[in-house]
Design a protein around this ligand. Structure first.
Ligand code: DGL
Length: 263
């Protein structure tokens, strides 16, 4: 594997673009290939077996495209499938998990909110991390049911979105959370809408930057950080309608190509 090979990134759809964005900024020399498996979204409602098999499908396609490292830009796929991927494939994998630790360490009100998918909140990995850091803390876990399909369908500013967010966030506000952890890579796209409801007193945490930093560290450790100054190539593929995806991707990097691929 050489350092100029691309980094592969996958998610159940548009969500992982919130992670890809941080990577493109933090690792400006890297070539990337992104797979949006929107046809099979939401992953969060699927069984562990299904999530593993979809993660395998995405991984194999990225390996066929010669990726040197894979970022699982999906909390649901990380918490359910990353152990399987790491034990079955040779490339390094970087995962994304709800950032419970910084919220638990810094809360002053002793109450934190976690918004994530059913698949993430019911996973063993999430439970063990949560248990490790949140003793004595009131953790309000809420399944963001319905949010991912609205984001995938470009309904971020809809009334339905506003209703769902009110329904999920008001109980957290009543319990006086001061940290809100976004445990799904789709949710950072909702930060402006969430802020309208929770105001500025609550700290919202997502894991994008941490994933980019960790990716750099692992590339360095494996001697595959791309130091070439040739303009990097970014290829984004989706197996569903690409309109919304293309708009979001090109608002981040105008040179990225976005195309339909049946995978
Ligand atoms: N974006 C994904 C996550 O971070 C999953 C959303 C879904 O497909 O349910 O969990």
């Amino acid at each position: 594997m050489t350092s100029t090979n691309p980094i592969g990134v996958f998610d159940s759809g548009i969500g992982g673009i919130s992670i890809w964005k941080e990577m493109v900024h933090y690792l400006p020399n890297e070539n990337t290939i992104y797979l949006a498996d929107s046809k099979n979204a939401p992953y969060g409602e699927r069984s562990k077996e299904e999530i593993i098999s979809l993660s395998v499908k995405n991984t194999e396609l990225l390996l066929k495209k010669n990726c040197k490292l894979i970022v699982v830009a999906c909390n649901t796929a990380t918490t359910n499938a990353i152990d399987y991927l790491r034990s079955n494939y040779d490339v390094p994998f970087i995962g994304i998990e709800p950032a419970i630790k910084p919220a638990a360490l810094n809360t002053k009100t002793n109450a934190i909110g976690i918004l994530a998918t059913k698949g993430t909140l019911s996973s063993d990995l999430f439970h063990s991390t949560s248990q490790k850091f949140t003793e004595g803390i009131n953790v309000i876990e809420t399944i963001g049911e319905g949010l991912v399909p609205l984001i995938e369908n470009d309904q971020i500013n809809s009334i339905e979105m506003e209703h769902l967010l009110q329904k999920f966030l008001q109980p957290m506000l009543r319990q006086k959370i001061d940290y809100l952890v976004l445990g799904c890579s789709h949710y950072p796209f909702l930060i402006p809408q969430i802020k309208k409801i929770v105001g500025n007193k609550i700290t919202i945490i997502d894991s994008g930057e941490a994933v980019a930093r960790q990716t750099k560290a692992i590339l360095e450790r494996n001697n595959i950080l791309n130091n070439s100054t040739t303009k990097p190539s970014h290829k984004v593929f989706s197996n569903a309608d690409i309109k919304t995806l293309a708009r979001i991707v090109n608002s981040i990097d105008t040179s990225a190509s976005v195309a339909f691929l049946n995978f």
